[in-house]
Ligand binder design. Sequence first.
Ligand SMILES: C[S@@+](CC[C@H](N)C(=O)[O-])C[C@H]1O[C@@H](n2cnc3c(N)ncnc32)[C@H](O)[C@@H]1O
Length: 280
Amino acid sequence: MNYNEILKIGENVLKKSKIQNPYLDTQLILSKVINRKREHLLLNTNEKLTNNDIIKFKNYLLRRQKKEPIAYILGFKYFWKYKFLTNKSVLIPRPDTELIVEESLNYLPSDKSKNILDVGTGSGCIVISLLKDRPKCVATAIDISIKAINVAKTNAKLHQLENKINFINIDIDKYKSSNYDLIISNPPYISDVDLNRLDDDIKFHEPKLALSGGFDGFRNIKKVIIKSRKLLKINGKLILEIGHKQKNLSIKNLRENGFYINKISKDFSGKDRCIVSTKL
Ligand SMILES: C[S@@+](CC[C@H](N)C(=O)[O-])C[C@H]1O[C@@H](n2cnc3c(N)ncnc32)[C@H](O)[C@@H]1O
């Protein structure tokens, strides 16, 4: 069987299973199997596959048919300007979360060393992107999931930042070290009702610990705000990702805890997604 033939079969199988981007996903799977870029497939459509490659292809295709996200099958995802290893222990980095990186860079001059805390680091995508672009800074990254911490540590090594980021497996409730210039967090903020409405790809494959924000989705945002009050320096910044219906409650909680609201930025679909605030 050649590339062209197997791509057609794969696309049809994924189409029948109502997978969103059947052609693209089939190409990505085939490029993983043969360990070459997608361009190579498209320029060499008559090249033959080995039996071993066909078996591998079928296995990956079956996983995608069962709605496993393509980033878990491929084992990586691009975020900001960098590539991050991803597996089912961590949330897949989302383009919306790049807003935290964009906003944070405004408060991190490239010639200064600032001390950053990342709460709920997951794959480490936010903190690693920041330190790649601001090499003078140092950071601590915490997560309640030891499996997530292990993925984040591997990503830090891949980006030669293992000596710049201190990874700690701890619940934000128990974390005490203070004096940070900047706290960043994309906490789990999906409400119980919305959790059930998510696409199967997310609902059945991404870690619940990384998604669930309790009954109203606000439990973790509130924890991070209250804790940040204690952990930040005066004039330190808190940059938070929020659910698009959580703007007003977040502003109220931030103000009640002594924060000034600097900015609320919208995501690619025009929804309120990121709040920048300052500890007064
Ligand atoms: C929405 S994910 C964000 C992951 C990553 N920062 C990103 O933006 O892709 C939230 C992360 O917070 C972690 N988490 C959940 N509850 C926590 C808690 N109480 N203390 C520390 N981390 C927590 C989860 O394990 C998960 O990795």
